[in-house]
Design a protein around this ligand. Structure first.
Ligand SMILES: [Zn+2]
Length: 139
């Protein structure tokens, strides 16, 4: 399965335990095989997933991957927890902050969406390839 030549959106659910991070990395890595932004996508997904595991009250979370016109979009959604995630190496939520600091540094946008039941943290990583690749893929 590869996002470059299969469906543009993939989603998978994971248990909220640290050993699951290797499965998150494999899931994302398989989807972006041969994509020039693959390393950043895997890193961002791993950081967002680690945050979901460590800081939410979830027993599970989902990772959604989408290949946009000119970016890879990653969204990690969990059942929420106390405090909105925000970037920065210090502060009361320091571990989550460090992860988001990394995400912020490698993505063009990131954000948080929250409702009563869920927290979603997403980011978009620029596609480091020519738009023609997407035209080819869409054909
Ligand atoms: Zn791309």
């Amino acid at each position: 399965m590869n996002m470059l030549d299969a469906e543009a959106i993939q989603i998978r659910r994971f248990r909220a335990s640290l050993p699951e991070l290797q499965h998150v990395r494999r899931f994302v890595g398989d989807l972006v095989t041969n994509h020039p932004s693959a390393d950043d996508a895997v890193l961002a997904a791993s950081e967002l997933a680690a945050n979901a595991i460590e800081h939410s009250d979830s027993g599970a979370f989902t990772v959604q991957m989408a290949h946009l016109q000119d970016a890879v979009r990653i969204e990690v959604r969990d059942a929420g927890g106390s405090g909105l995630p925000r970037p920065g190496p210090n502060g009361p939520d320091a571990t989550r902050g460090r992860g988001l600091f990394i995400v912020e540094s490698i993505s063009r946008h990131w954000g948080v969406a929250r409702d009563a039941a869920h927290t979603s943290v997403w980011c978009e990583i620029d596609c480091a390839h020519a738009p023609a690749v997407h035209e080819y893929l869409a054909a």
